[in-house]
Every structure is written in structure tokens, then in C-alpha cells.
Design a protein around this ligand. Structure first.
Ligand SMILES: Cc1cc2nc3c(=O)[nH]c(=O)nc-3n(C[C@H](O)[C@H](O)[C@H](O)COP(=O)(O)OP(=O)(O)OC[C@H]3O[C@@H](n4cnc5c(N)ncnc54)[C@H](O)[C@@H]3O)c2cc1C
Length: 376
């Protein structure tokens, strides 16, 4: 019997963990190398589009995510001052039937933990920051900052927007700072007292917006994320904090609901919003990129993680039954199968008009990464 293909995945974010679970499903031997010493539960929400849920269902995570997440009847879009409804995108059961899976609003930590639960602990090496890659006749050699090294038949760089794998393959290139920042946080909805708010609304202002939704089925936890101009701020990090007073000031005059949610907000993270132009190439020999490492996008369609999760399913289909000699061709097929879709989502997201008015959403949510035809 031939031995299974070995794949080293760099990064245990949404994309890396989804890839590990999807590759194991087709019998591939995976090891995930993550720079962090432990997983942290970041206070953020995440929308899990129907397209991502179709992938997560096959990874065995649907029941868990339904039980832990909020199931919205719609995604509402309202004017910041008048409250007029611009477009109410209906989700709930009708969208589930139409697109083949539910649309869920989750705590980011719950989605990450669900993905981690689909990968055995022994396959994940924490505290391993990749610093070098070398293709040799034995396979691809990985070197880590802690002095460790490893060899695998193939490497997947799922190491996010500041990808070291990308820099090693194609040279370093700066990210595109959009000149805008996001404040984001989750907090217990009990802080709102008796005040009622919508389940899930994007409040559209003139040069800024705020999105507010519940992330738990019993509405016990609330999430907010904003976007507004602040060209000088250039920290793009999970740990940078913002000033709640400045946040409240920035949304003064918005609808009463927004002021209510911001008045109760105890603490907030602040984040420079970045993206990149579409990359010309994602793969080189037996190394490929995936997720934000190759197609980072603004958060305005809530599809960044969804694209990484779709990548995982398509990559597993391309590698199914392949031996080491076939990896480079399979990686090129993966790239060719995914680049048009992810570029279109990057471009659409950058425009920040998604769902602002009646929008054709079927091309995003109707996509099924398990059945979509692969490139030749
Ligand atoms: C404000 C905001 C809101 C968002 N909301 C949504 C949403 O609602 N829905 C959605 O689908 N997407 C959303 N996104 C996008 C989503 O967060 C990203 O697209 C997604 O996290 C990308 O996953 P990834 O695995 O490619 O990268 P990451 O999640 O960034 O993971 C990369 C991993 O690689 C590790 N790593 C990095 N370098 C190394 C190294 N050298 N060696 C080893 N490990 C390394 C990192 O520590 C990290 O764990 C949002 C983004 C932002 C900024």
C-alpha cells in the first residue's frame, strides 16, 4: 500500500483548520503549524453564509453551529438617521431552502472552536512560527522560529493577510490600507436592560456604517462592528484596543438603537481595514496559498472566512487520490478553480454596496464548493 500524502498547513485560523478537516476527510495526513502558543477567544462575531455552511455541514459541524449561533430571519439594511429600510434580505427557512443551508450569526470563537474540534489535537502544533521553506528532493522543508523543522509532500500557506508563505514564494508586498478602521466587540446583551433592538441590522450612514447582531440563539450576546474613515490609523491586529468614547462620538446622531448599543458597550477593539489586489499566482510547485494569505478582502460582504472555508473544500477535491508527483498540478487546478470567484468577491466587497439595496445574492450564497465544477 502507498503511504498517504503528507500536507503541512501553516496557520490554524479559519482557513487552516477547515483545510485540515477537509484533507483528512480524503485520507491525507495533515499537520497544522500555528505561531500562537494557544488559541484565544477574540470578542468578535462572524456571519456564516449559506455557502460556508454547506462546507461546514460536510465537516460534521452543522448541528453544533446551529445550537451555538443565532438564526436570523433577515439581514436588515436601514438608514442611519431615519431608520428607513433600504433592503431587508430575507434569510431564515426560505433562504435555507433556496441556497441549501442556513445563514448563521456566530461568535467567532465558537466557529473557530468548532473547526478545531474537527481536527485531532495531535495534528496541531502550537508555538510554531514558520520562518523558512525549501523544496528539496525529499519534499518541502519547513523551518520554524523555535528551531524545529519538518518535511512534508506539500505545504498550504493559510497564514493570513501578512502571510510569510506568500512572501517566501513571491516576495514581500505591502497590504492596501483602505484609510478606514473597524471598531468591533461582543458583550452580554443583559447590559441593554429592557431596551429592545433589531436582531440584525446594518445602519448605513453617509461615510460610515455600523452592523449590530446577536451571536447566541437566546440573544444573550451582542456584536457590533463599524467602518469609518481614519487614514492615519495603521494597526491591523487582533489585540489593539479602541476608545469607546471616540466610538460613541463617531456615531452620534445615528438611530436611537445604535446609541443604545454604544452607550452599553464596555470595551472595544480597533482595527485598520486592509485588503490586497488579486494575486496573479497562488501556487509554486508543491506549495500553495489559501484564504486571506492570497485573497484578503474588506469585511463588507462578511465573506473572508467563508472564502477560506470554500477554498478548503475545493482544495480537498483537487488533492483527492493524488500522490506527491501530482501535487503541483493539483495545486494549479485548485488556483484555477477558485481565482475568479475570490477575485469577484474581493472586488464586490471593496465597493461596500452589498445588500445596500436589492441585490442578487444567489451567486454568493448558492455556491456549493463540494459540487461546483473544477477547472480542467
Ligand atoms: C472586522 C472584520 C469582520 C469580519 N467579519 C467576517 C464575517 O462576518 N464573515 C466572514 O466570513 N469573514 C469575516 N471577516 C474575514 C475573516 O476574519 C478572514 O477572512 C478570515 O479570518 C481569514 O481566515 P484565514 O484562515 O485565511 O486567516 P486568519 O484567520 O488570519 O488565520 C491565519 C492564522 O495563521 C497564523 N500565522 C500567521 N503567520 C504565521 C506563521 N508565520 N507561522 C505559523 N502561523 C502563522 C495566525 O496566527 C492565524 O492563526 C472579517 C474580518 C474583519 C477584519
Amino acid at each position: 500500500m502507498t503511504r498517504p500524502l503528507t500536507v503541512a498547513i501553516v496557520g490554524a485560523g479559519m482557513g487552516g483548520l477547515a483545510t485540515a478537516a477537509a484533507l483528512r476527510r480524503v485520507g491525507i495526513d495533515v499537520t497544522v503549524y500555528e505561531q500562537a502558543a494557544q488559541f484565544a477567544r477574540i470578542g468578535a462575531g462572524i456571519q456564516i453564509g449559506c455557502n460556508a455552511m454547506k462546507v461546514l455541514r460536510e465537516l460534521g459541524l452543522e448541528a453544533r453551529l446551529r445550537a451555538q449561533s443565532f438564526y436570523p430571519r433577515s439581514w436588515n439594511n436601514r438608514d442611519w438617521r431615519t431608520g428607513d429600510v433600504k433592503f431587508d434580505m430575507i434569510f431564515g427557512e426560505s433562504a435555507e431552502q433556496r441556497f441549501g443551508a442556513p445563514y448563521l450569526l456566530a461568535h467567532r470563537g465558537d466557529l473557530h472552536a468548532a473547526l478545531a474540534s474537527a481536527v485531532p489535537d495531535q495534528c496541531i502544533k502550537l508555538g510554531h512560527r514558520l520562518v523558512g521553506l525549501d523544496e528539496t528532493s525529499d519534499g518541502v522543508r519547513l523551518a520554524f522560529a523555535n528551531g524545529a523543522s519538518a518535511v512534508a509532500d506539500a505545504v498550504v500557506g493559510a497564514d493570513g493577510v501578512h502571510s510569510v508563505v506568500r512572501d517566501l514564494l513571491f516576495g514581500a508586498s505591502p497590504v492596501n490600507f483602505t484609510g478606514r478602521i473597524a471598531y468591533r466587540t461582543t458583550y452580554p446583551a443583559a447590559r441593554l436592560g429592557a431596551q429592545k433592538i433589531d436582531d440584525c441590522t446594518k445602519w448605513w450612514g453617509e461615510d460610515r456604517h455600523i452592523v449590530i447582531y446577536y451571536v447566541k440563539p437566546d440573544r444573550s450576546e451582542i456584536y457590533l462592528v463599524t467602518s469609518q474613515p481614519e487614514p492615519e490609523f495603521r494597526i491591523e491586529s487582533w489585540s489593539a484596543k479602541g476608545d469607546v468614547g471616540e466610538l460613541r462620538f463617531a456615531f452620534k446622531g445615528f438611530d436611537r438603537q445604535v446609541e443604545t448599543v454604544l452607550a452599553a458597550c464596555p470595551d472595544v477593539h480597533k482595527w485598520a481595514i486592509v485588503d490586497r489586489e488579486s494575486l496573479v499566482r497562488w501556487t509554486d510547485g508543491n506549495v500553495t496559498l489559501l484564504g486571506d494569505a492570497c485573497h484578503p478582502m474588506t469585511p463588507y460582504m462578511a465573506q473572508g472566512a467563508a472564502m477560506a472555508i470554500e477554498d478548503a473544500a475545493v482544495l480537498s477535491r483537487c488533492l483527492d487520490g493524488i500522490d506527491r508527483d501530482g501535487v503541483a498540478t493539483a495545486f494549479r487546478r485548485f488556483e484555477a478553480s477558485r481565482v475568479d470567484r475570490t477575485s469577484r468577491v474581493q472586488q464586490t466587497s471593496r465597493a461596500n454596496i452589498w445588500l445596500k439595496e436589492k441585490t442578487d445574492t444567489a451567486w454568493v450564497y448558492g455556491y456549493d464548493a463540494w459540487t461546483v465544477p473544477l477547472a480542467a
